[in-house]
Write a protein that binds this ligand. Sequence first.
Ligand SMILES: C[S@@+](CC[C@H](N)C(=O)[O-])C[C@H]1O[C@@H](n2cnc3c(N)ncnc32)[C@H](O)[C@@H]1O
Length: 258
Amino acid sequence: MVKAARAPRPHKFPPEGKERLLSPERAQRLDPGFVVDLLPLERYHTVADIGCGPGYFTIPLGLALSEGQLYALDVQQEMVQACRRLVRRAKVPNVQVLRSEESSLPVPDGSLDGAFLAFSFHEAWDRPALLRAAVRALKQGGWLSIVEWNKEPMDEGPPLKERLSALDCLDLAEPIGFRLLDHALLNEQHYLVTFRLSERPAKRRVAAKKTPAKTSPAKRPTAKKAAARVGKAPAKTSTPRATRPKRAGQPSGRSRRS
Ligand SMILES: C[S@@+](CC[C@H](N)C(=O)[O-])C[C@H]1O[C@@H](n2cnc3c(N)ncnc32)[C@H](O)[C@@H]1O
């Protein structure tokens, strides 16, 4: 019997390029505070930033969790050290930076209110296993937010074959108990998809608008303003409306294919 060739593992972001992840040009395109404002987090939540890298989203997340706790996790030791340095410099006391395993998280089972993966999910070698690890770590009703590159050819970002669309995320997350809560196009290149852990499969189909994320950190919108820009009620106070990602070839409705 001929053995099927195993797909090559997606590559990890090289730690020597970590400064690029903290560059002001990146903040011009995708303001981390703007993204944090779109998450269904409460200031007392315990959250994991899975694949934190050098800490681009870690600082605004830690600040938003003023009465809560943040675990910043990464599989690469150099990223862990870089993130620790940034957290120390920014003096954010509620952040613990820890080395993570590929498909398991160094946090107690059922301890998290939320899990956040920014540009790390496509790098996971076993995506279903990483999601199962998130399920174990989350409380019932906990949220999971994924920020990723659109699965379209473009000059920047990971190779097309390593990317995953919002629909790919949905196909992986739904069967293990997540239901779609929000889907937002953040700019021309990136999307955010948010789920809630529930025992029942999703029944509702909901809609989102595309929104530019060109806000400077100085002009960071409040949660309410940010929510208005994606055409939804503030994530902190009500269930947002989201576009269910479409399959290729399906009419796209109000959303772009992502
Ligand atoms: C492209 S970087 C993004 C870092 C950060 N989230 C940001 O947006 O700046 C992806 C990071 O995810 C980490 N990563 C990849 N697979 C992971 C996994 N299975 N568990 C935890 N971290 C992972 C990589 O080591 C890398 O630091």
